[in-house]
Write a protein that binds this ligand. Structure first.
Ligand SMILES: Cc1cc2nc3c(=O)[nH]c(=O)nc-3n(C[C@H](O)[C@H](O)[C@H](O)COP(=O)(O)O)c2cc1C
Length: 315
């Protein structure tokens, strides 16, 4: 056996993850659903389905459609609500040897504050991920994430209402991601995660109706990876706080691209639907990559993209 053991730990501001592999909100339930298949203790962190103050039924079906290299979803943030999460779900997650990150969503700025307050001091929640980027709800959601001022207001409200690290999750449906990234950083975010889904649609040509009852949905999966990668690269250069890369990460090679582009950690979303063990396979691939190349700490790879002239880059 090869005795070389790379250090896979990474830092997200005050939060230290044992490795950079996280689950993406909404694609891994509340974590527990995957426990029969995945050893959750191996993951860097589990990010749970987005929670709102009140339970939400979400949008009517159909709310998922497959596309050539990804999927469109218009779930509409169906969730059990913060109270049920704290009472029925969190106690079952507390025994895990991994970080649990709660993703939160509010209709207005005050609601984000109330959610953050409800989670204040709560044992077993390591950080908050603030969703200002959901395209599938009528109020709030993406409306906050496409406006730097609103992003700053929501971020500021959450930061003042919590004692936990705050990760702000950004929308790709913007003209300049750097502006939004700087707004969240300026308002006190400890880290950023990006990207959420890109707005899209599909049409049934027989009935000439939208396939999704919501008309439009959020595109995820490999189709969005190049967009996500470029946005992560731009955001990581624009801010000093750590960035988490999300978007079409299907295997460890995809994950490495995001780390090299400047991400300190990555989240795996749609890949979980294709292979429930995707997170573990990505972790194993990253480990093997570091062992083969004698990379002592995975942190050495973060932001190491070479962008000089081709002739000057070498190998
Ligand atoms: C079915 C589904 C539900 C999602 N629900 C949420 C959510 O509740 N909160 C959130 O911030 N992002 C949500 N997302 C977005 C993902 O967390 C992720 O940002 C996006 O899917 C891009 O990553 P991927 O290409 O790896 O899936 C959801 C995505 C999907 C596919």
């Amino acid at each position: 056996m090869d005795p070389f053991k790379p250090d896979l730990s990474v830092k997200l501001g005050p939060l230290v993850l044992k490795n950079p592999v996280m689950t993406a909100s909404g694609t891994f339930g509340y974590g527990k659903e995957y426990q029969p298949l995945v050893d959750l203790d191996r993951l860097g962190a589990v990010v749970v389905k987005g929670l709102s103050l009140e339970p939400r039924a979400g949008n009517p079906p159909p709310r998922i459609v497959e596309t050539p290299c990804g999927m469109l979803n218009a779930i509409g943030l169906a969730n059990m609500g913060i109270e049920a999460f704290l009472k029925d779900m969190l106690p079952r997650l507390r025994g895990l040897d991994t970080h649990v990150v709660t993703n939160i969503y509010g209709h207005h700025v005050e609601e984000y504050g109330e959610l953050a307050s409800a989670l204040k001091g709560v044992e077993g929640v390591s950080a908050l991920e603030v969703n200002v980027s959901c395209p599938n709800v009528e109020e709030g959601g993406m409306a906050f994430g496409v406006d730097p001022e609103m992003t700053a207001r929501v971020t500021g409200k959450v930061v003042e209402s919590t004692d936990k690290p705050v990760i702000v999750k950004l929308s790709p449906n913007v003209t300049d991601i750097r502006e939004i990234a700087r707004a969240a950083e300026g308002a006190g975010a400890h880290a950023l995660s990006l990207i959420n889904t890109l707005t899209g649609m599909a049409i049934d040509i027989e009935s000439r109706t939208p396939v999704l009852a919501n008309v439009s949905g959020g595109l995820s999966g490999p189709a969005i990876r190049p967009v996500a990668l470029y946005m992560v690269y731009q955001a990581a250069k624009a801010v000093k706080i750590p960035v988490i890369g999300i978007g079409g990460i299907m295997d460890y090679r995809d994950a490495l691209q995001f780390l090299i582009a400047g991400a300190s950690a990555i989240q795996v979303g749609t890949a979980n639907f294709v292979d429930p063990l995707a997170t573990v396979h990505i972790l194993e691939g990253l480990t093997a990559y570091c062992v083969e190349r004698r990379v002592e700490s995975i942190k050495e790879l973060i932001g190491t993209l070479r962008t000089g002239k081709r002739s000057e880059r070498g190998r």
